[in-house]
Design a protein around this ligand. Sequence first.
Ligand code: ADP
Ligand code: ZN
Length: 730
Amino acid sequence: MSDQPFYAEGTPLGVLTTQPLGGVLDYRAPEGGAWSGAFVEVPLGPRRVLGVVWGPGESGLPLEKLRMVNRVLDAAPMTDAMRAFLIRVSEYTLTPLPAMLRLATRAPGLGDGPAMRKVLQIGGAEPARMTDARLRVMDAMASYGGAAVTPGELAQAAGVSNAVIGGLVKSGALVEHDTPRDTPYPYLNPALPGPELSGDQAAAAASLRAAVASGTYGTTLLKGVTGSGKTEVYLDAVAECLARGRQALVLLPEIALTAEFLARVEARFGARPAEWHSGVTMTERRRCWRMVGQGDAQFVVGARSALFLPYQNLGLIVVDEEHDTSYKQEDGVLYNARDMAVLRANLCGAQVVLASATPSLESWVNARAGKYTRLDLTARFGPQELPQMRTIDLRSEVLPSNRWISPSLVTAVTQTLARGEQALLFLNRRGYAPVTVCRACGQQVGCDDCDARMVEHRFQKRLMCHQCGATKPMPVVCPSCGVADKMAAVGPGVERLAEEAVALFPEARLAVLSSDLFGSARALKAQIESIAQGGADIIIGTQLVAKGHNFPHLTLVGVIDSDLGLQGSDLRAAERTFQLIRQVAGRAGRAEKPGVALLQTAQPDHPVIRAILAGDDEAFWQAEAAEREAAQVPPFGRMAGIILSGPDLDAVFAHGTALARADAPLRRIGAQLYGPAPAPVARIRGRHRVRLLVKAPRTVALQSALAAWVAQIKPPTNLRLAIDIDPQSF
Ligand code: ADP
Ligand code: ZN
């Protein structure tokens, strides 16, 4: 750290705080001084808040006006690369720096106490006097079987006050020592042998190892069908990274996938890596954050926010299932973890591996342009072929009303079950029925607060809004016309499909996989394991099943509604549908048995359906890329969505119109403005939403123009403005 500026005691320094209105504020350096990058606690009004020493004091205020930093926290200082990363993400997403710092310090108890803490163990001496309370403590202590326990925890376990514990320490019945507060992670051994790699795999792994060994930035698109061994290949790159003493990060799109992945890492490296996602405990998060910061966590597996951990020496970032839409989320700081991984790696001389069977168009285009290296795994590992794909034409096999499984699909399922194999019926719709309508007046039941229909969830016996999560009981009387007993379910969700399957295949054991049916990640994991071991004959699932699970007995995939994603004007609809159907079809035939995928569709000649059947991914991407290029939309042009929301529709629209009139800063960079128009969901949680879309050439400084543009007109206080760079739908 010696090349960092140091601020001697009493000198002014600037501290970036996590407080929205704080920003960078001047303080006096505390006793002992502070290095630039140090995490500190500072007074702000009546509170003490977290901050980081950002630079010299620049306010010009006289020293005696400045408050003193309370203390320097016992945490590794922020690196220059991390600082640069926060600044760049802030500029890219137009997010204020304090919010970026909050994202980077989401570890509870970060500043709590020193790295050491007091723990107790049983001492040799007998206390002079044994009371009931003291006995309870000694009993509780014995139940820890010799493990060290903190005084607070022990007092709680025994139901006594801290004074009782103190007395036992004084008498020598318990002894205190200092131990590190955060248990170090076990050592991962990169020298353990991995599996023997096939020709394709070995070539890809060699290329990635060389890239990691170079110690410089680079991005590789690792494309390979499900089951081709991408994970084995990138774990080999992780081994190279660890062997060089650098830290590795693997991002997964879905927490439900972590358990299986951790077990694989343990088998490969002899120990489990650090874990970072919303499901880990507060204590674990603190441990992870601090160990990563000290360079003592070699390998982190986590959700997108793991990108913002304070790595000391990051050498490799893997983004698994890189096309997955969950890498971009619609709330909080709007960033795409795939793009930010590339930026992070660029700033610290690390390698990125983007792994997918169906890459995003962005990554495919970057590989074509030579910005990314491309590595392909063309065969599945082992002898298995990809599943055969066929359509079932719903124009000739007309389905009776309230039936969604065609006769051809019924036959295929029956044959599959007769062979003792599993079938998957895929429908990307949660709940029982997407629409509830009154047969007397024709009105659909909508959410009170959102512009969305209420979806029936029969297992929970309620209607639910998929925008805001609000629920209400299934009405007996129509809320619009008051007629009783006329409410009807329209259209299928997975629950209703399950009902049909039970009627068609009464002997079969059914499992329904839908995110809302599982209270916990553990329950979901248990269900997935049970299915993998043959605990179900028919699996009915939403897109949850498309994500990387391994079901060795599954040989038939039936896609109930292949056309579902193709409607609408969204330019990404084709890409999404292609990816989803390819992914889900890839679930069939992973082990020794060949697989078949049957796509029910009323548009068998649709270019997307034809591309899927032909298995010609390159042709599909070529065509998609050509279309986007012609329209000058991402990745060939730049886009931003501006969502205005507020309780009063007229006020929201008026602000949108005012912004649209004041578009000079946008015209100056050659950008086009569309809207204001109702947002794709026009009302959420009682707030009306209006959207403006900005389309700009690729080379312009879009962010600064946007910032200048929206800053021209002050919005009313109850109006929120969110800027979404590279929106998911356009
Ligand atoms: P992907 O990540 O492309 O879906 P995986 O890496 O999960 O593929 O590989 C699919 C299956 O094949 C896994 O069970 C994996 O352990 C196995 N596998 C892949 N490559 C090898 C290999 N070289 N030797 C042994 N097993 C392998
Ligand atoms: Zn709602």
